[in-house]
Design a binder for this molecule. Structure first.
Ligand SMILES: Nc1ncnc2c1ncn2[C@@H]1O[C@H](COP(=O)(O)OP(=O)(O)OP(=O)(O)O)[C@@H](O)[C@H]1O
Length: 651
């Protein structure tokens, strides 16, 4: 098992295990998808936490044991104090010399145990902090590995918000628990327990006095803690919503601003923030009153009054010594402090439980099955077949059926255009070929091999999407993304084939220019860099999202040229958003409402009603926009269509 895998059991990460079916929000359901009760949720949180902490269980146990030793050692300075006080008082009441050796001996013991206790405490914290750093790293590595295999369709704005919260906030919340709770929480129980026992050993009445106000405090705190678990979970859920809404808002800010709808888009975030504020205020207001009352029972003046006041009476009746009273009074002052620490660590534990649940859910995000290392295959031919493929976005009543019983073949070395109205399922069909997600049913094969069994599918299927997806790294690395071992010569060749070499060299830092940081690029330039990337990968099958729909004629021309080099000799599937770009292709597949309604060449489809509808729609759109720059005609009109992406790409 690798370090990264150690965060969860291999069985835990099985995408088909019940855990994998858990929603990624950290919201719990039972096997049947029913919501769990708050008690069950807390139990699930505790289990998730235990599971998350498993890789660092040993150092955490060491931290706890050291905290026990440190807590017990905390008693010794008090014993020394009582002994020193007793020696001084005995000498003063007998009118004899103070036994200096005795005093010095107890002073030495006091100092040594005090320093030793602090040192052990420090080592305990060091051990747990190192464990925390290791665990944080393991979780991050595990998450990154997991996300690399998660279907792209999963990365909605809401899930991306959850990833951000998991990677940043939740790992931070769990830190408190791993690095501090084992030591502080253990010491907070052991130290007061040991001190209390010692107080009872000194005198049972003084022992009782040292904890006299404690029941009142515990009563008040129990009242304020009622329903705390449920409230904490609720608070966390609401915070997650606020966080997800904020991410949604920020992700769409450019569009929102462009349409002057900041107020409306902001409303979702504002509403969730307001709801959180109201919830928090309602919860905390009465809590503060009760806990203020509880804390007053442990106030120093009250504790001293009870201990020294009643203690003096006992001294007066010669039942105990003054030193005994002083020692137990000091112990009485320390107990509330330890209690506070304990309460704090209980609270941290609850918060961390919810955070751990969310992290566990992220770690278990369902992934695409990987081909078995032994059975993984490489196709020798490069024709593509879709057989009875179904695919839906989401599940349950909200599921959107995007691909409905789709079947077709892309013969090797041909260009096929997918065409259909907006929302008909073109992009979904095309991205299924690159395994952005797996179909709910049906099979996709390359050269007769099921794509789920193909080793390194990305060397078989290249993609050029409308959004070129450049990263904030150098242009060189952007081009070499799919082939990091490519030489400079190969990268330059790819850039040249994509008609972008001269423009890259004209940049201040050439290929070293960091995209988006040193320099921005026009849409057309970015698109050609994406084409250079695909040229370099040299995959025999290519998925092409018609990339020129939104560019100006000059850019379109350059992209056409780059694409014509790229598609040569490959099996190509073009997602055509405009019918006028498809006239020269080998095959046209018309899609409507997720179904293939017609297949053939432009001429074969000339009389087909679905194909005719496409052209009518395109004509209407162009007239509406007043930008019918291509002069397209409906099929059968006897006029040749325009030169478009696919025509330009036809071999
Ligand atoms: N991430 C998503 N979540 C939910 N539904 C989605 C998602 N992406 C697409 N859909 C839905 O799936 C259906 C097919 O969408 P798809 O993007 O494949 O169509 P398209 O033909 O490529 O559209 P366009 O030409 O506008 O790009 C549509 O109903 C769409 O609303």
């Amino acid at each position: 098992m690798t370090a990264a895998n150690a965060v969860t059991d291999p069985a835990d990460s099985d995408p088909h295990s019940s855990d994998a079916a858990r929603p990624p929000s950290g919201e719990h359901t039972d096997g049947g998808g029913n919501a769990l009760s708050e008690k069950e949720k807390q139990k699930a949180d505790a289990l998730a936490l235990k599971r998350l902490m498993r890789p660092v269980a040993v150092p955490l146990t060491i931290g706890r044991l050291l905290a026990v030793v440190s807590g017990v050692l905390a008693v010794v300075p008090y014993i020394a104090l009582v002994q020193i006080g007793g020696t001084l008082l005995a000498a003063s009441s007998a009118g004899t010399h103070v036994d200096g050796d005795e005093i010095r001996r107890w002073l030495r013991i006091l100092v040594i145990t005090f320093v030793l206790r602090l040192a052990i405490y420090f080592v305990a914290l060091l051990v747990t902090h190192l464990a925390d750093i290791r665990l944080g790293h393991l979780i991050q590595v595990r998450l990154v590995h997991r996300f690399a295999k998660v279907p792209l369709a999963w990365f909605t704005a809401t899930n991306s918000g959850r990833v951000r919260k998991g990677m940043q906030d939740d790992i931070g919340t769990v830190h408190q628990l791993i690095a501090h709770q084992p030591v502080d929480g253990t010491a907070a129980v052991v130290m007061p327990a040991a001190l209390m026992i010692y107080a009872f050993v000194i005198d049972w009445r003084l022992g009782l006095l040292s904890i006299a106000t404690l029941p009142l405090y515990i009563g008040a705190m129990a009242m304020s803690m009622r329903g705390m678990g449920e409230k904490t979970v609720e608070m966390d859920r609401r915070l997650s919503t606020v966080s997800a809404r904020m991410v949604e808002f920020v992700a769409g800010i450019s569009v929102v601003k462009a349409f002057g709808r900041v107020g409306r888009a902001h409303r979702n975030y504002q509403e969730s923030a307001d709801e959180f504020y109201d919830f928090y205020l309602d919860w905390v207001r009465p809590l503060v009153r009760v806990s203020a009352l509880g804390t007053s029972f442990l106030a120093i003046p009250l504790v001293l009054l009870v201990n020294i006041g009643v203690g003096s009476v006992l001294v007066h009746h010669d039942q105990v010594s003054t030193a005994d009273v002083l020692a137990t009074s000091l112990i009485a002052l320390l107990i509330p402090y330890a209690l506070e620490t304990w309460m704090h660590s209980t609270w941290s534990r609850q918060l961390a439980g919810a955070a751990a649940s969310r992290l566990a859910a992220l770690i278990d995000t369902p992934i695409l099955t990987e081909p078995d290392a032994v059975q993984a295959r490489r196709p020798t031919a490069h024709d593509v077949t879709f057989e009875a493929v179904h695919y839906s976005y989401g599940s349950g009543p909200d599921a959107v059926l995007a691909v409905d019983d789709v079947g077709f073949t892309l013969p090797q070395g041909t260009v096929t255009a997918l065409i259909g109205p907006s929302g008909s399922g073109k992009s979904t069909i095309a991205t299924l070929l690159a395994r952005f997600d797996d179909p709910a049913s049906g099979t996709i094969r390359i050269g007769g091999v099921d794509i789920t069994e193909i080793d390194d599918l990305y060397s078989q299927v290249g993609m050029v999407l409308q959004d070129p997806q450049l990263l904030t790294i150098s242009i060189r690395d952007n081009i070499a993304l799919g082939r990091p071992d490519a030489t400079d010569g190969q990268i330059r060749e790819a850039a040249s084939a994509a008609r972008i070499l001269d423009e890259i060299e004209a940049l201040p830092n050439g290929f070293d220019t960091v995209y988006g940081s040193d320099s921005g690029l026009s849409g057309g330039q970015a698109q050609r860099i994406a084409i250079a990337r695909a040229v370099l990968v040299d995959a025999p099958i290519l998925v092409l999202d018609e990339a020129t729909a939104l560019t100006d004629p000059e850019s379109e021309h350059q992209i056409q040229q780059a694409l014509s080099t790229l598609v040569r000799g490959r099996t190509v599937l073009v997602i055509a958003h405009r019918p006028e770009v498809i006239k020269g292709v080998d095959q046209i597949i018309v899609v409507e409402s997720g179904r293939v309604v017609a297949t053939g060449t432009h001429d074969e489809l000339a009389g087909h009603p679905a194909y005719a509808r496409m052209w009518q729609r395109a004509g209407a759109d162009a007239r509406l926009a007043g930008t019918h720059r291509t002069g397209s005609r409906e099929p059968g009109s006897g006029t040749t269509g325009p030169t478009g992406t696919a025509e330009g790409t036809h071999r």
